[in-house]
Write a protein that binds this ligand. Structure first.
Ligand code: 1CP
Length: 352
């Protein structure tokens, strides 16, 4: 049967795709695995291809190369999930904000200042088209047992970059704007929600089977601000997506949420939650709704240490989440200096 014929069928996909099965509530003996940022700089084949391209954006906008980068970790490790190669900052770019990557430093955007006229941003959603093309290329080449994940940044995290114009330690510029110009900040969040729903829906139409919302900087907000700028915008995105694609699971990853993870899981409507490495998995298992799938939460630094450190951590995580649908993953992205041999050892330990 062609893969597409299986796409809408829950029953068949449970058998065919272990990771998608877990997102729908299955509890297999061996947890399916993928690693956040699995396509990236720790892989020599990524660094080689990256060196041939101009900048990072050129790589994202070359669909053939981006599809190749998506598939590289699958070929090497046989993960259960593939994550689309793109970036969360493609959304501000498609919203009309200038975006470039400084070599060796990271993303730069024309910052949104207190006096910047937001209505001057002219969205151009055709800037998503190359990413959809990447999705179609990956889908055509992917082993049907592998679950294909799309993603976007959550509005708060994306806004921290749009306001500061670059990555920042405490996300102070966006936190200030959220307090000092709440209506203006809300308008920015609304615009990000619109673009994000379009972007994720487009990824799904092109072939991804589940999506992850990365709220990487959710941990920098005070509780009331977390409700307003993390829970509420993620809830609205899930609601809008579910109206269009009711059967596509959404994984929410509010990194650094701490004890607020429980409210996030209960109130946003996400199907599954990503748990970062600072959270005790035993606490998470108690605090999260029964039966809700979880993803995580091996410390990326433990993976760099390797050996018994990783095995002990994996044992603890699996014991804590025993009986609950669980996807084994890191608590945040894999780091560039992670030895390939440690990733291989992790996979054989989990699947032994
Ligand atoms: O030169 C390079 O190779 C740049 C490194 C890089 C890579 C590999 C960037 C720039 N983006 C990506 C790809 C990427 N980004 C993916 C797909 C690959 C995969 O997961 O395997 C994904 C899911 C992201 C998501 C992303 N981008 C997040 C959320 C996840 C997280 O790690 O918290 C964030 C915060 C970004 C912003 C970003 N893009 C790139 C950099 C260096 C950064 C961080 C900037 C900063 O805060 O200083």
């Amino acid at each position: 049967m062609p893969v597409d014929a299986l796409a809408g069928s829950t029953e068949t996909s449970l058998v065919e795709k272990p990771l998608l099965g877990v997102l729908r509530g299955e509890v297999p003996v061996v947890p399916p695995m993928w690693l956040m940022r699995q396509a990236g700089r720790y892989l020599p084949e990524y660094r080689a291809l990256r060196a041939q391209m101009g900048g990072f954006l050129e790589l994202v906008y070359d669909s053939e190369a981006a599809a190749e980068v998506t598939l590289q970790p699958l070929r090497r490790f046989g993960f259960d999930g593939a994550i689309l190669f793109s970036d969360i900052l493609i959304v501000p770019y498609a919203m009309g904000q200038d975006l470039w990557f400084e070599a060796g430093e990271g993303p730069r955007l024309a910052p949104i200042l207190a006096e910047t006229d937001l209505s001057a941003l002219t969205p151009d959603f055709s800037r998503f088209d190359a990413v959809y093309d990447t999705v179609r290329r990956v889908k055509a080449a992917l082993d049907p047992a592998v679950t294909f994940l799309g993603f976007a940044g959550s509005p708060w995290t994306v806004a921290t970059y749009m306001v500061a114009g670059q990555g920042s330690k405490d996300h102070g510029a966006a936190r200030r704007m959220a307090y000092q110009q709440p209506e203006r900040f809300a308008a920015l969040i609304d615009a990000i929600i619109e673009a994000t729903v379009t972007y994720l829906s487009g990824q799904i139409d092109a072939g991804v089977e589940a999506v992850q919302l990365f709220d990487s900087w959710a941990g920098s907000l005070a509780p009331a601000q977390f409700e307003r700028w993390v829970i509420e915008p993620n809830r609205r995105i899930v609601e809008r997506l579910k109206a269009i694609h009711p059967d596509v699971p959404v994984i929410g990853f509010p990194k650094g949420a701490g004890a607020k993870l429980a409210d996030y899981a209960r109130l946003t409507g996400v199907d599954a939650v990503g748990v970062d490495e600072t959270i005790d998995p035993n606490w998470a298992n108690e605090a999260l709704p029964a039966g809700m799938p979880v993803q995580g939460n091996l410390d990326p630094l433990a993976l760099i240490a390797g050996g018994a450190v990783v095995e002990q951590a994996v044992d603890n995580i699996r014991a804590a989440f025993a009986g609950r649908p669980h996807i084994l993953n890191l608590g945040h992205g894999i780091l560039p200096d992670t030895p390939i041999a440690h990733v291989e050892a992790l996979i054989s330990y989990v699947r032994r």
